[in-house]
Design a binder for this molecule. Structure first.
Ligand SMILES: Cc1cc2nc3c(=O)[nH]c(=O)nc-3n(C[C@H](O)[C@H](O)[C@H](O)COP(=O)(O)OP(=O)(O)OC[C@H]3O[C@@H](n4cnc5c(N)ncnc54)[C@H](O)[C@@H]3O)c2cc1C
Length: 472
């Protein structure tokens, strides 16, 4: 423990006075679900001493004041769908779950904003916007379960990032409780605002290490009237991937989404969904989504992209222009993470990111690494923005073989990513899982800036320690 104090009975009593005893959990059975996120490895499972469930910003502030005074680590937690062990209490202490702060405060149609608490699920934000003829453009594959606070803390990407950008592009204001308990409100409904440092985008993506997000001002857009999805199977992964930069540069069209799945991912999805997928023996799927307000325009765009896919060697191009067929395509894509877990309950999902033109070369490197270390590495993800979820499967390896294989293969994969002008994580974040690789791959000056920011906002290092930067 070193720097941190234990959660004593006295501390639990004080927490129960701040909240009420029913929202202060100490029963080990009830603590267990808060000991992990979606990272499957035992090294990233840690039991909290206590879980607290505040209802208000004032309660969050009082909890942090107490923790800061007593030197007790606090780990903010959304829905626990993270893929980098960001909400895992690596030093024990308090898990601060935002699950009760789930109110939609306002839908402002005149200014195109929605003001929400952090515990609202992303899917709920999307639905409420849609009911009003509006679009919330953040769309991670976990949208039905992840919370908007978790999306903001991770700067989640997802499917529509090609056209609309990541979560950071949809937020204009935040209320944040600092580790010392002070409440800061930054930004709001002004579309243009350069009043001081851009604190909104300092907290976005800070993975709960700089403050707890308790309110957010989210930007909405008019909902496009027409949407069409294309599914193109290919008999060769490289042919499929080579379409991606050409879609953007040659067709002059900006699709909403460009996703891909390799053959192992397609097979895993088919098994998981227990229903046959078209051309499921293909080497790769490319999924392209287009939206617009004119049916004619969307039609001419999907014809142009369909033609480009066929030119590049697609086996077929399926057009999905109704909810049922679109749902079928996206179910297959969105289930891949869970489907691979069925194939191999222990796996290591990576989130490397490169400029889109480098994807073909990076996939060649991944395939070489897979052969060299004799480990299956299915790859799928957000091809339109260069973000690839290459996933090492443990399948059949004993503990020791898995650990050494994983370490060596990951080192090679990260090195290849950097050679191709890329970076460690596109959307899942550093968390505890990529703490050491970040130290290895980021330059010293940048690491020093990260540490200075952390020390300035969290002088006692009580907020989410063991994530992004290790200062203990
Ligand atoms: C099947 C599946 C598909 C996924 N698809 C995508 C995808 O397409 N794109 C993508 O980007 N990610 C994806 N993810 C990863 C994950 O869903 C996202 O990272 C999501 O943003 C996490 O939200 P959460 O509410 O579950 O947060 P958690 O996992 O609970 O926490 C994530 C991080 O945010 C911090 N945090 C949570 N709430 C707050 C708050 N209010 N204030 C401050 N810090 C906070 C935590 O401390 C932690 O560091 C996927 C995960 C799964 C399991």
């Amino acid at each position: 423990m070193g720097r941190y104090a234990a959660v004593t009975g006295k501390v639990v009593d004080e927490l129960a006075r701040i909240l009420d005893p029913a929202r202060v959990v100490t029963d080990p059975e009830k603590l267990a679900p808060y000991a992990h996120d979606e990272v499957s490895e035992a090294a990233y499972v840690c039991m909290p001493d206590v879980v607290v469930k505040p209802n208000t910003t004032a309660e969050v502030s009082a909890i942090l004041r107490l923790a800061n005074r007593e030197m007790i680590p606090v780990t903010p937690r959304g829905a626990g769908t993270g893929l980098s062990a960001g909400c895992v209490p690596m030093h024990g202490g308090i898990v601060l779950s935002l699950e009760n702060m789930n109110r939609v405060i306002e839908v402002d149609r005149r200014n195109l904003f929605m003001v929400v608490e952090p515990g609202v699920t992303t899917g709920e934000v999307q639905r409420i916007a849609r009911e009003q003829g509006l679009l919330y453009a953040g769309d991670p594959c976990s949208s039905e379960s992840s919370q908007i606070g978790g999306n903001l803390a991770e700067n989640a990407g997802g499917n529509k990032a090609v056209k609309y950008g990541t979560t950071s592009k949809h937020v204009y204001g935040l209320e944040v409780v600092l580790p010392t308990g002070e409440i800061v409100t930054t930004g709001g409904k002004c579309v243009k605002d350069v009043t001081g440092y851009d604190l909104v985008h300092l907290f976005v993506g800070s993975e709960g290490t700089l403050g707890v997000i308790t309110k957010a001002w989210l930007k909405l857009l008019p909902l496009p009237k027409f949407q069409v999805d294309l599914l193109a199977p290919f008999d060769d992964m490289q042919k499929a991937i080579e379409v991606v930069p050409r879609v953007m540069t040659e067709s002059g069209i900006v699709p909403t989404a460009v996703e891909f799945m390799d053959s192992l991912s397609i097979k895993a999805a088919e098994l998981y969904l227990n229903s046959s997928l078209p051309h499921s023996d293909a080497a790769a799927y490319l999924i392209v989504e287009l939206e617009g307000n004119s049916e004619q325009q969307v039609e001419s765009e999907y014809e142009a992209i369909g033609h480009l896919c066929m030119q590049c060697g697609a086996l077929e191009v399926y057009i999905a222009d109704n909810l049922a067929t679109q749902d079928r395509i996206w179910k297959a894509r969105k289930c891949v993470a869970e489907a691979l877990r069925v194939v191999s309950p222990i796996y290591c999902m990576e989130d490397i990111t490169v400029p889109t033109s480098e994807i073909p070369q990076l996939l060649t490197s991944i395939s070489q690494i897979s052969k060299e270390f004799d480990v299956k590495i299915p790859a799928f993800g957000h091809a339109g923005d260069g973000n690839i979820h290459a996933t090492l499967l443990r399948e059949g390896m004993d503990d020791a073989t898995w650990e050494t294989t994983k370490e060596k293969a990951l080192h090679e994969m990260y090195s290849a990513t950097y050679r191709h002008g890329g970076n460690l994580s596109g959307e899942h974040g550093i968390g505890a899982k990529r703490l050491r690789p970040l130290e290895r791959f980021v330059d010293r000056a940048q690491m020093q800036v990260l540490k200075s920011i952390k020390a300035a906002l969290d002088p006692n290092l009580i907020l989410n320690p063991g994530k992004i930067v290790d200062m203990n």
